[in-house]
Write a new protein. Structure first.
Length: 103
């Protein structure tokens, strides 16, 4: 039976639980996971022990302690439990390209 991944979503930002991070060079990243290009509002991790890193071309988040909160001005806050996550940004189809969704 195929295991269904644990996923949290806030607007166009998805957090997918992963067991381990992939091998590769880690580059520190801010806890702003995505910033609105039109509104300027951001999806940001607050109120907890957390760190974010780019590994290759993917963004990952590690949350420790009792968890953290994902906040955005236009969405309800989400409690993120302790664990490791891959951050994915929703994409949309356009006739000539596949592009990130912007708010």
């Amino acid at each position: 039976m195929k295991k269904v991944p644990q996923v949290w979503r806030q607007g166009d930002v998805f957090l997918v639980a992963v067991g381990e991070f992939p091998a590769g060079r880690r580059e520190s990243h801010s806890l702003v996971l995505a910033k609105g290009e039109v509104t300027g509002h951001s999806h940001r991790v607050e109120d907890g022990e957390a760190s974010a890193a780019m590994i290759g071309d993917k963004l990952f988040l590690e949350v420790g302690g009792t968890g953290a909160i994902l906040r955005h001005d236009e969405h309800a806050p989400i409690t993120i439990p302790c664990g490791r996550y891959e951050i994915r940004i929703q994409r949309e189809y356009a006739p000539n390209e596949i592009r990130r969704v912007v708010d």
